[in-house]
Design a protein around this ligand. Structure first.
Ligand SMILES: [Zn+2]
Length: 102
């Protein structure tokens, strides 16, 4: 597990993006630096109860979150965090996850 979620930050104006973009939506710059965000607020939670072709699927919670840097990203939740909860972001096998801040 790696703390934080990787984002791409425009080298010209500093705006952070996730996922990666070819051009900065703000200044149209084309060079990015990798950065990480560590905290987000949960906005909406969905539960995936079934997955086609999987018989031993366990319900999974995914959340649309708003990071402290301004990106809106989708992460898997590893606990019962609901809307409004401040979560810590981390990556597992390159997939973004979050859990309530302790
Ligand atoms: Zn920019």
């Amino acid at each position: 597990m790696t703390p934080g979620v990787g984002i791409w930050r425009c080298a010209d104006c500093g705006t952070g993006f996730f996922p990666q973009r070819l051009l900065c939506a703000r200044c149209h710059g084309a060079s990015f630096e990798q950065d990480r965000v560590y905290e987000a607020v949960v906005e909406e939670v969905s539960v995936i109860r079934h997955m086609l072709g999987q018989s031993d699927w366990q319900p999974r919670r995914i959340a649309s979150v708003h990071t402290s840097d301004g990106q809106r990203i989708t992460v898997g939740l590893t606990d019962e965090s609901g809307p409004g909860t401040v979560i810590e972001l981390f990556e597992q096998d390159t997939a973004p996850f979050g859990a309530a801040k302790k």
